[in-house]
Design a protein around this ligand. Structure first.
Ligand code: FES
Length: 147
């Protein structure tokens, strides 16, 4: 027959050791989060406009495709100015193209159609194309990819 030793001092020591370890672990995590808050990781997006070109060199009422980093763009110049849209369809992400004759952006996957302001006007796309901020500085056109 086994004898069970019920030592209250030993039990108290183990209980305090477990609680102390949990407290230290929690404080360590909290300290780590505080250090991460104080020291930026460098993954923040930079808000630097990228030069697209001289406005007059962009074709009027036609869109050109561009790839800047991992951004796929359609840049459209009309009489209202220059607009830059993401090529990613807001339905399932296929790449839209500009149809010059219809003056519309067309998605080949499910026939989504957007007007020249990027508004979804037919098909399954649930919202307009994502649009990037365009800045015109003395005829030089820049796009802000951080938006
Ligand atoms: S992915 Fe463009 S309409 Fe479906």
């Amino acid at each position: 027959m086994a004898i069970i030793h019920d030592d209250p001092g030993r039990r108290r020591f183990l209980s305090q050791a477990v609680m102390g370890f949990g407290l230290l672990f929690g404080m360590g995590l909290l300290g780590l989060r505080f250090v991460q808050f104080l020291v930026p990781t460098g993954t923040t997006k930079r808000n630097v406009p990228v030069l697209l070109g001289v406005e007059q060199s962009l074709p009027l009422n036609d869109a050109i495709t561009m790839e800047l980093g991992n951004h796929k763009l359609l840049v459209l110049r009309t009489n209202e100015g220059v607009a830059a849209f993401s090529r990613r369809c807001t339905d399932l992400g296929c790449l839209v193209s500009w149809d010059k004759r219809r003056e519309q952006f067309i998605c080949p996957c499910h026939q989504g159609i957007y007007d020249k302001q990027g508004r979804n006007i037919a098909g399954p796309p649930p919202r307009p194309l994502d649009r990037y901020e365009v800045v015109n500085r003395a005829g030089q056109v820049y796009v802000n990819l951080a938006t």
